[in-house]
Design a protein around this ligand. Structure first.
Ligand code: DAT
Ligand code: MG
Length: 149
């Protein structure tokens, strides 16, 4: 089953939005299979954002993501990678549609609340970077037949 990596960034945690953000994925019908709050090391942050290492915003991005607790999650379900990106909204919260997480809660690209994997392969790499296999729980919610035909 398809899985994606989602992280609530330090601004989302500090602003007390963890519950509301988790709710968006839960009520959509996706299944939470991994969850932890953690301090992010510089090494993990740099690996996670490696594709952006030449960009001018990279140092600020690493500083920000390591500046406070992050809530790391793995969500599962059909089409979850692309759907989660839609739920999250555009990278710049000012361009993100109302109804998306970034569209509803943010105004600044450097404080955009949440990360979501951008493709299935990226998701697999990010999940193995952030979680050990034994930290993930495969389970079948009893509600499934009411959500998936
Ligand atoms: P996304 O998080 O939507 O996948 P991305 O992968 O292009 O966006 O960039 C990763 C993060 O880097 C993004 O969430 C916020 C930061 N970022 C991106 N572009 C930026 C910019 N022009 N200025 C400042 N920060 C930026
Ligand atoms: Mg990205």
């Amino acid at each position: 089953m398809e899985r994606t990596f989602i992280a609530i960034k330090p601004d989302g945690v500090q602003r007390g939005l963890v519950g509301q953000i988790i709710s968006r994925f839960e009520t959509k019908g996706f299944t939470l299979v991994g969850l932890k709050i953690m301090s992010v090391s510089k090494e993990l942050a740099e690996k996670h954002y490696e594709v952006h290492k030449e960009r001018p915003f990279f140092p600020g991005l690493i500083q920000f993501i390591t500046s406070g607790p992050v809530v790391a999650m793995v969500w599962e379900g059909e089409g979850v990678v692309a759907s989660a990106r839609k739920i999250i909204g555009a990278t710049n919260p000012l361009s993100a549609e109302p109804g998306t997480i970034r569209g509803d809660y943010g105004i600044s690209v450097g404080r955009n609340l949440i990360h979501g994997s951008d493709a299935i392969e990226t998701a697999q790499n990010e999940i193995s970077l952030w979680f050990k296999e034994e930290e993930l729980v495969s389970w079948q919610p009893t509600l499934t037949t009411w959500i998936v035909e």
